[in-house]
Design a protein around this ligand. Structure first.
Ligand SMILES: Cc1cc2nc3c(=O)[nH]c(=O)nc-3n(C[C@H](O)[C@H](O)[C@H](O)COP(=O)(O)OP(=O)(O)OC[C@H]3O[C@@H](n4cnc5c(N)ncnc54)[C@H](O)[C@@H]3O)c2cc1C
Length: 487
């Protein structure tokens, strides 16, 4: 079976790796990976400057989703996995130009601890009273999808959306809580609302259940002692580029076409015709791992309805700016990993990570690395600004937020890196689940077509890896079955 992979981001690379493994194990598969840029990895990109690892795209992945760490171990990168420095985990929200720490006990936007919630200056008294009364919410039967903002506002009020839901979602994924689907982005909360009514009660019940399970297994001697709490994020010591390089090293170089954007995709009987600037080639199957808007454009002549569904998936654009400083020339930073900025603060920055604090050992001693995140659904116009203007804005905002005692006059960054990500992050808008069902039904009617990437079933790196590998495994299994039938 000849398989074309369109897109060499992490999803496409994971698919290629899986096909390479299947080929080595004897499956009758042959693949070609088409990537429009001159480099592989898509959003995963990092460089090391004077010993400091600078991430241009993602800096880590969620530890609780195993697909990424598993792949790293399989590729021999197990000793490169680096836990986030959770002992020092503290995140601030900017409220009226003051950094306020997220209160202790916050779980998935849900406050679960009475005293920290009562004492935090993050919320007004009115919101705190509302948070207490939330415990009385009656269970709510499913009424279809709604936005994350609507769900959070119904439970905790508009201030919780502005100061919590929106900055968390936009600071991490450039998302807009008014557009994002509660059912897709926060499925656990939607289930809890149906069962318990109150999200706080639901979260506490889930937490207690987990603790009881951990105690039981410890008593039964299963684990010997209670499991240590796992770190939330995992990075790679040398940066995400290590994962890209390790994957590429396992692939057949002759199967990779760089600077080769697929220009059109057509059916010819049972085959797929893939056209690039170098000509047309026929394949038995296609793994479409480019962004959904790009796949939609290619599939227009094949299935216009499927193409419309794919192009309707919104994407956000973003900018990351890394600034490296000599730590000795800076004043004392607040503790923790960094801060998030609500849109209501009227700033350009959405978030800032104190990189040297979040992952230890990736910044040389004596250096401080700040990573600013800008853009998102509400500020994508910033991508049109020059690097100089963006850096000037970020430096001014950091000085105004962290204070002139941290960024003293005359102190310049030693290195600056600006990266633009145009329409790189899919947004799971209200109705995403239903859209996925319609897409799945139409894809099923097109033999040999598989979709993989961040637009479908998880935006993070582990989900993209899972989908890429699954697409490749399905096609490799089908090729083996077909070969067996032919004999
Ligand atoms: C700034 C930023 C920070 C992030 N932070 C995190 C994080 O900390 N943790 C986390 O888990 N996730 C994070 N993400 C999300 C995660 O990185 C992405 O969702 C994931 O990498 C997407 O992988 P992908 O393969 O689906 O798509 P992409 O990486 O977008 O790859 C798609 C590839 O397709 C290529 N392509 C497009 N059109 C064509 C065509 N016609 N022909 C051939 N090739 C084509 C593109 O050039 C690209 O290389 C972040 C993303 C960004 C942008």
């Amino acid at each position: 079976m000849r398989i074309a992979i369109i897109g060499g981001g992490i999803a496409g690379l994971a698919a290629a790796y899986e096909l390479e493994k299947a080929r080595a194990a004897g499956a009758p598969v042959k693949y070609t990976l088409f990537e429009s840029r001159h480099r592989l990895g898509g959003s995963l990109a990092s460089e090391t400057v004077d010993g400091a690892v600078l991430e241009q795209g993602p800096d880590s992945f969620l530890t609780e989703k195993p697909a990424a760490a598993e792949l790293c171990r399989e590729l021999g990168l197990g000793d490169q996995l680096l836990p986030s420095n959770d002992a020092n985990r503290k995140t601030y929200i900017l409220v009226r130009n003051r950094l306020v720490a997220l209160p202790d006990g916050l779980m998935f936007l849900v406050p679960t601890k009475l005293i920290p919630t009562a004492l935090t200056p993050l919320f007004s008294l009115r919101t705190k009273v509302r948070m207490a009364l939330e415990l009385l919410h009656p269970p709510r039967p499913s009424q279809g999808d709604e936005s994350v903002a609507a769900l959070v506002e119904r439970h905790y009020g508009a201030e919780a959306v502005d100061r919590l839901a929106d900055p968390l979602l936009s600071g991490i994924y450039g998302g807009d809580s008014v557009q994002l689907s509660a059912r897709t982005v926060l499925p656990r909360l939607v289930e809890m609302e149906q069962k318990y009514g109150s999200l706080t009660r639901g979260m506490l019940a889930a937490h207690n259940k987990m603790r009881a399970m951990a105690r039981t297994s410890a008593q039964q001697g299963k684990a010997g002692k209670p499991a240590a709490p796992r770190h939330i994020f995992t990075a790679l010591r040398g940066g995400m580029q290590q994962l890209v390089d390790a994957l590429v090293a396992r692939l057949d170089p002759a199967a990779i076409r760089l600077a080769a954007p697929v220009q059109s995709l057509r059916r010819n009987g049972e085959s797929w015709v893939v056209e690039t600037a170098s000509g047309r080639e026929e394949y038995d199957a296609v793994i479409a791992a480019s962004p959904a808007w790009a796949v939609g454009a290619l599939l227009k002549p094949v299935d216009a309805q499927l193409a419309d569904e794919l192009t309707a998936i919104p994407y956000s654009s973003s900018i990351t700016i890394n600034l490296v400083y000599d730590e000795a020339r800076l004043g004392q930073l607040p503790e923790g990993f960094g801060f998030l900025v609500p849109v209501s603060e009227g700033r350009s920055m959405l978030a800032c990570t104190f990189v040297h604090r979040k992952f230890l050992g990736r910044t040389p001693p004596g250096k401080a690395v700040f990573r600013a995140f800008l853009g998102g659904m509400k500020r994508d116009f910033l991508l049109g600004e020059s690097d100089e203007a963006l850096v000037a804005t970020v430096r001014r905002e950091m000085r105004e937020i962290l204070g002139a005692q941290v960024f003293k006059p005359g102190v310049e960054p030693e290195h600056v890196q600006v990266t633009r990500w145009n329409r790189a992050m899919a947004q799971y808008a209200v109705g995403h689940k239903e859209r996925m069902e319609r897409i799945a039904a139409r894809v099923a009617a097109l033999p040999g077509l598989r979709l993989a990437g961040n637009a479908y079933d998880g935006i993070g790196i582990p989900d993209c890896i899972r989908l890429g590998r699954k697409a490749a495994q399905e096609l490799a299994a089908a090729s083996t079955t077909l070969a067996a039938q032919a004999h």
